[in-house]
Write a protein that binds this ligand. Structure first.
Ligand code: PEP
Ligand code: MG
Length: 573
């Protein structure tokens, strides 16, 4: 029988492979290392910095060429940690205490990592891993350690996983990821999401029970990990894997078919993305017909400074072009302006310590006060609009005034672009996320001003029900079928339609096939979700009629209990 450990499944799918432990121990290599004269060691350390920076540069270019911009961004941040003049000065000083180049390098990066680790903020603490990662990379170069040859598929595991471990492995080699820490903002998890690698986080000390090379089965849905499974267990999972493969093949057949009911009602199924590479995968592999939410904060993450207008433009343009490519120019790419703050802090934007970050200085509230950040972003999106169909979407709006103020910035951005002689699109739609109860209640008024609504249920559910979206203890209350939430959603969609505007949804609810039925009956035009969910939702829509969906909605709206609504809808599936 296998030993079973459990964590939180964050990226669905079953993976089978042998463990590759991240965080190689360098101790034995350090002991075996024979330092030369001090001057020689100093020169070796300095040369290693140059060589590693050059290797990183090469990898960055390779990633960029493959449009793997997240990975490129992370490695660029690493490169900056290598070329930092402060670091070389510290290494030079370190030679007053130690005589070996790899030890001097490791000490300096460890010292820097500790400074990050002592910070209150989860994001900053997480960056200590990057610091150690870079130190180790340079030390490995000095010790002459080559990356291991990998035979077969691996499941990368570690208490913390250095981003370079995942970024550096070929996509087809990594079957799964196991992270001891619970962080979903870890760079390793961000990369895994982009590549749809089944992932389990938060296994804690359970990670100590896994050894390098152990055969493992991982279920990214249940969070279960079977270490050294028996033949019977393996066989049981083989059945599940076979089903997974069959379903994949079936979904592949649906890829180019429309999401249309048996009686002819069509819904647009589009993708939530964090980079142009995600857009590419969504379109190519899952049949997305556009992008309903480009979380632009990912363009800002993994960097040490605010990305310039030009750099942002390139990313938005690539995503807009991808959408235009599949749909003969019709595919819309909705780019949300930075949703910073709350659970997504950035090192170079000071938000300060807040009692309630989710109710604090975040999203549009920051943008409206930071012209220096907001204008370049809007200009970049307007410029990208020339290459297809782009839309601008503001997060966390609570009233008409915020929308109008943000819209003024859009006008300002256009004026600046005109003055600069830059090409931009004048037909970029401008809309808002409806993710606060205030926006949903005021939807009839807001609908007069906006071009569209996109309902962000992840936040809308948490704010409406006063249930923290990340608190496991009260997660039983977090239900998008709660009648209070359903009434707000219905009101939002109907308000948009009444004003001749369109309403979509980009919260997780959009990926629930049972929800899709009633949302469609409410009059939703577009459902945006993480791309792998698209086929499941499409299948549900294609197997029903609009007339039946309306009947179901009528019944649901008469029900009083969210749990019963969920159960009722599940019986129809
Ligand atoms: C939402 O709140 O539903 C949403 C899509 O935004 P995020 O998950 O990025 O907060
Ligand atoms: Mg949100």
């Amino acid at each position: 029988m296998a030993e079973i450990i459990k964590g939180k499944g964050v990226i669905e799918g079953i993976a089978v492979g042998s463990i590759l432990l991240a965080g190689q121990n360098l101790d034995s290599f350090i002991v075996a290392y024979k330092p030369g004269k001090l001057a020689v060691e100093k020169k070796k350390a300095a040369d290693a910095l140059v060589a590693v920076a050059a290797t990183l540069e090469k990898s960055i270019e390779d990633f960029k060429a493959q449009e793997l911009n997240e990975q490129a961004g992370i490695l660029e941040a690493h490169r900056l940690l290598v070329v930092d003049p402060g670091v070389s000065a510290k290494i030079e000083e370190e030679f007053e205490k130690v005589a070996s180049a790899p030890v001097a390098v490791l000490n300096v990066y460890e010292e820097n990592a500790k400074i990050f680790e002592a910070m209150d903020d989860e994001y900053f603490r997480g960056r200590a891993v990057d610091m150690r990662d870079v130190g180790k990379r340079i030390a490995k170069y000095l010790l002459g350690i080559k990356e291991p040859e990998i035979a077969g598929k691996v499941i990368v595991a570690g208490k913390e996983i250095e981003p370079s471990v995942i970024a550096g492995l070929p996509t087809d080699k990594i079957a799964g990821v196991i992270l001891g820490a619970g962080s979903t903002t870890a760079h390793a998890v961000i990369i895994a999401k982009t590549r749809a690698i089944p992932t389990v986080v938060g296994v804690g000390d359970g990670i100590d029970q896994i050894a390098d090379g152990d055969p493992v089965i991982l279920d990214g849905k249940t969070g279960e990990i079977l270490i050294r499974p028996s033949d019977e267990e393996r066989a049981a999972y083989d059945v599940k894997i076979k089903k997974q493969e069959e379903l994949k093949a079936h979904y592949a057949e649906l890829k180019d078919k429309p999401a249309i009911t048996l009686d002819g009602k069509e819904v647009e199924l589009v993708a939530n993305i964090g980079s142009p590479a995600d857009a590419d995968a969504a379109v190519k592999n899952f049949g997305a017909t556009g992008v309903g939410l480009f979380r632009s904060e990912f363009v800002f993450m993994g960097k040490t400074d605010v990305p310039k207008e030009e750099d942002q433009f390139k990313e938005y343009k690539a995503a807009v072009e991808k959408c235009a490519e599949v749909t003969h120019g019709e595919g819309l790419c909705v780019i949300r302006t930075m949703d910073i703050g709350g659970d997504k802090p950035l090192p170079y934007i000071q938000v300060g310590v807040e009692e309630n970050p989710f109710l604090g200085y975040r999203a549009i509230r920051i943008s409206l006060q930071r012209k220096d950040l907001f204008l370049p972003q809007l200009k970049a999106i307007l410029r990208a609009g020339v290459y297809g169909k782009a839309a601008i979407m503001f997060p966390m709006v609570i009233n008409v005034q915020e929308f109008l103020a943000a819209k003024e910035f859009v006008e300002m951005a256009k004026q600046e672009l005109a003055q600069e002689g830059q090409k931009y699109s004048d037909s970029v739609q401008v809309g808002i996320m409806v993710e606060t109860p205030a926006a949903a209640v005021m939807a009839p008024v807001l609908a007069k001003y906006v071009d569209f609504f996109s309902i962000g249920t992840n936040d809308l559910v948490q704010y409406t029900l006063a249930v923290d979206r990340g608190n496991a203890q009260i997660s039983y209350l977090y239900n998008h079928f709660n009648p209070a939430v359903l009434r707000l959603i219905k009101r939002t969609i109907e308000s948009a339609n009444k004003e001749g505007k369109w309403a979509g949804m980009c919260g997780e609810m959009a990926s629930d096939p049972n929800a899709a039925i009633i949302l469609m009956a409410m009059g939703i035009k577009e459902l945006s979700m993480s791309a792998p969910s698209i086929p499941r939702v499409k299948e549900r829509i294609r197997n029903t009629t609009f007339a039946k969906a309306k009947e179901i909605l009528d019944k649901v709206m008469e029900m009083e209990d969210g749990d019963k609504i969920r159960d009722y809808l599940a019986t129809l599936a």
